[in-house]
Design a protein around this ligand. Structure first.
Ligand SMILES: Cc1cc2nc3c(=O)[nH]c(=O)nc-3n(C[C@H](O)[C@H](O)[C@H](O)COP(=O)(O)OP(=O)(O)OC[C@H]3O[C@@H](n4cnc5c(N)ncnc54)[C@H](O)[C@@H]3O)c2cc1C
Length: 419
């Protein structure tokens, strides 16, 4: 079968790899010059199965209201004259109902856990190196009230089979000695030894190379304008070629993995796709003193910032801005990341003078559960809406979409579309 994958972020590239393993003729189309150039470029690096929690929870609406007016808040909702944003916001509020929390967590953990196992298998069989570290994730709290709430969340996650160990501030520093200078800021933490970190761009780029060698046709600098459907089937993707010509890429099946832009091609066909961009930022610093830089991936829960060591670089990432599709860098938000780096690590650990700032659009669903499965148009498949956890869920999401295209029941217990 000829399968056309739209998008070559972590999700599209992983989908293409697994579809090719099934023997399909696979074409990947992306508007960028190479794979993983948009949201899968410089994210927080965490493979964080044990923190697979939705943004929507019973406390979220109140917190959002408190944060609304602060330019440096970790989650910022900027109302736009865009009905899609309002529709998304209303659905988000519905997902904040107490009854939605457990099913959403269960779905996210199932996919994330399956994905981590799939990633391990791919790493071993393909020998991909991506500055990966299997040192766990340590989340630390600066306020007692947050630490207490976290203990309740940890117990809920334990009920789902996730091993999140509550630790004291002393234990946190013992787990990651690079935090010793910040000991006075920490009231406690939790640690998940099974979690890990690594560079999503390196992984995706190498996976794309392997896929190309295995016969996948990547067509970069090619923009998808729409999908052409007739008689209940999609028969082509209309694209603008690098030389500006409009052409059509024909296929037997189509997988939409265009991240935050997936609704652009789905809505005209009447296929629901409640995905809205949540802009996030990262700042990457050169490590000057490797012995004093952290190896355990960290989450500064009070600041909603993650810290991952990627070889000789240290990356801080965070903040979420629901403000439309612009990727413009907001200076206040960039500098907030740099000042957290300066606060946590003493002078000389990283080079604070030459940060690489970046922003990306998380493809977010109101429930934080991605949209994976078969749409009501039989040969049109969705693999999108991975929000904060596209790297964590990437390897597994690619594998399950290949199962679904092939008509096999995927392994994880997850609310797939069309089942
Ligand atoms: C600041 C930040 C920190 C994050 N940290 C983490 C983390 O620590 N752990 C984690 O698991 N996740 C993290 N994420 C989330 C993760 O990065 C995303 O969920 C993931 O990258 C989404 O991958 P994707 O393939 O769906 O989208 P993308 O990577 O955006 O890929 C979509 C592709 O579609 C292409 N495309 C779009 N429109 C068109 C078109 N019209 N024609 C052709 N091509 C098109 C784009 O060029 C792009 O390459 C973070 C995100 C951000 C922003």
């Amino acid at each position: 079968m000829k399968v056309v994958v739209l998008g070559s972020g972590i999700i599209g590239t992983s989908s293409a790899w697994w579809l090719r393993q099934d023997g399909h003729e696979v074409t990947v189309i992306d508007r960028c010059a190479g794979p993983a150039r948009e949201t899968s470029f410089a994210n927080g690096g965490q493979i964080s199965v044990s923190y697979a929690e939705p943004w929507a929870n019973p406390h979220a609406p109140w917190r959002l209201l408190q944060w609304m007016m602060r330019d440096d808040s970790p989650l910022l909702f900027r109302p736009q004259a865009d009905w899609r944003q309002w529709q998304w916001g209303l659905s988000f509020l519905r997902e904040c109902l107490p009854s939605r929390l457990a099913p959403n967590i269960r779905a996210m953990v199932a996919m994330a856990e399956y994905s981590r196992r799939t990633l391990h298998g791919m790493r071993e069989s393909l020998g991909i190196q991506y500055d990966q570290l299997q040192r766990g994730i340590l989340t630390f709290y600066r306020r007692q009230s947050e630490f207490e709430t976290a203990q309740r969340a940890a117990s809920l996650m334990r009920d789902m089979g996730v091993d999140r160990r509550i630790v004291s501030a002393e234990e946190a520093v013992a787990i990651e000695p690079a935090l010793a200078p910040s000991r006075h800021r920490i009231v406690g933490g939790d640690y998940t030894a099974d979690d890990e970190s690594g560079d999503v761009h390196q992984f995706t780029t190498q996976l794309a190379q392997r896929a190309e060698s295995a016969g996948v046709d990547f067509r970069f600098d090619t923009r998808v304008t729409r999908l052409l459907a007739e008689g209940g089937r999609v028969w082509a993707a209309e694209v603008i070629e690098p030389d500006g010509r409009y052409t059509r890429v024909l296929g037997d099946a189509f997988v939409v993995a265009m991240g935050a832009f997936s609704p652009d091609v789905l809505r005209p066909l009447g296929v629901p796709c409640p995905v809205y961009p949540a802009k996030g930022y990262s700042a990457t610093f050169r490590i000057l003193d490797p012995a004093r830089a952290p190896e355990v991936s960290l989450t500064d829960s009070s600041r909603k910032v993650v810290v991952s060591r990627l070889g000789d670089r240290l990356r801080l990432a965070g903040t979420a801005e629901l403000s439309g599709y612009s990727r413009a860098l907001n200076t206040v938000r960039c500098e907030a990341l740099a000042s957290i780096a300066a606060e946590l690590f003493p002078e000389g650990v990283v080079d604070l003078t030459t940060p690489n700032y970046w922003s990306g659009l998380r493809p977010s669903t109101p429930s934080s559960v991605p949209l994976v499965g078969r749409s009501r148009i039989g040969n049109l498949f969705l693999n999108t809406g991975h929000g904060t956890l596209g790297w964590t869920m990437g390897a597994g999401s690619g594998r399950v979409i290949a199962d679904i295209v092939a008509g096999r029941r995927p392994e994880p217990d997850f609310p797939f579309i069309g089942y």
